[in-house]
Write a protein that binds this ligand. Structure first.
Ligand code: G3H
Ligand code: ZN
Length: 273
């Protein structure tokens, strides 16, 4: 991850959520199309959906190995430390430990423990301070990460990147979130590590570009990709009610994700800063 972020300069890397193999193929395809690196990220929820970590992680790693452009394999929003241990065994590049629902002291101690374990294995660690809402359907757009707390948290835990609450919320169906750019700039100055924006599907294009200009270095996108996949499938199935071959209704969505990931990666990438 550090090489990818170094190469992206004052831009940000797009980190895209993988649920199905089709997501991963589309995202890696967009990296090949643009020459801009991407992060394939697997959330704890998506891993639970599959029932185990190895099949979907190995599929992502195979795509990364075959890619002409760097592709990072990252575990996202993990609060189960055993799952992190399994990910390290499999050789994931990066992990986001999510202790954001814990109080400050418990978040620090759990995150520091994960950092030590991951760094021993050469794995990058992201953590979250100030809970970005929406994961449980409850949006809390007014939650903010305090810049002094951010500096203290990074020092106390040794994390490599910090997810911050600056006005976005997970799983927004409309791109209407307004971000606090001044706070992003303050956090970038105080935290001393790359900042991560979660819930980026709800942020309009100009908000994403502005957030990157103010210091966001990793932009997490999930919901937007699922909207594309499902919209395309709905159209195809609506037009062909007797269709049964999943390739027929998944292919258009996979193509749509590939095009949108290429567009977003270009928007926020090396030239955005
Ligand atoms: O960690 C994943 C992201 O924060 C995705 O959020 O589904 O709202 O784009 P989103
Ligand atoms: Zn997130």
């Amino acid at each position: 991850m550090s090489e990818v972020l170094a190469g992206i300069g004052n831009g940000a890397v797009g980190a895209y959520n993988v649920i199905l193999l089709e997501h991963a193929e589309a995202i890696a395809g967009a990296a090949a199309d643009t020459g801009i690196p991407v992060v394939l990220q697997l959330s704890q929820n998506a891993i639970r959906y599959h029932g185990s970590l190895a099949p979907i992680v190995r599929a992502c790693q195979a795509l990364a190995e075959a890619s002409p452009t760097p592709v990072v394999v990252h575990l996202d929003h993990i609060d189960d430390e055993e799952l992190i241990a399994e990910g390290l065994e499999l050789g994931v590049d990066s992990v986001m430990f999510d202790g954001s629902a814990l109080d400050y002291a418990d978040n620090v101690s759990a995150t520091a423990r994960v950092v030590e374990r991951c760094h021993d294995a050469g794995c990058w660690v992201e953590a979250e301070l100030g809970e970005v809402g929406g994961k449980d359907g409850v949006h809390a757009p007014n939650v903010r990460t305090d810049p002094d707390d951010a500096a203290r948290f990074v020092t106390d835990t040794g994390v490599d990147a910090l997810a911050v609450a600056v006005g976005s919320s997970h799983a927004m169906a409309e791109r209407t979130a307004a971000l606090d750019d001044e706070l992003i700039a303050e956090l970038a100055a105080s935290a001393g590590v790359p900042l991560v924006l979660h819930g980026s599907s709800g942020v309009p294009d100009d908000g994403l570009v502005s957030a990157v200009r103010h210091g966001i270095r990793k932009v997490n996108i999930g919901t937007m990709l699922n909207q594309l996949l499902t919209e395309q499938a709905r159209v195809v199935l609506g037009d062909n009610p007797r269709l049964s071959d999943p390739r027929k209704y998944l292919r258009p969505g996979r193509d749509a994700i590939r095009a949108e990931v290429a567009r977003i990666s270009t928007l926020i990438g090396p030239h955005a800063g």
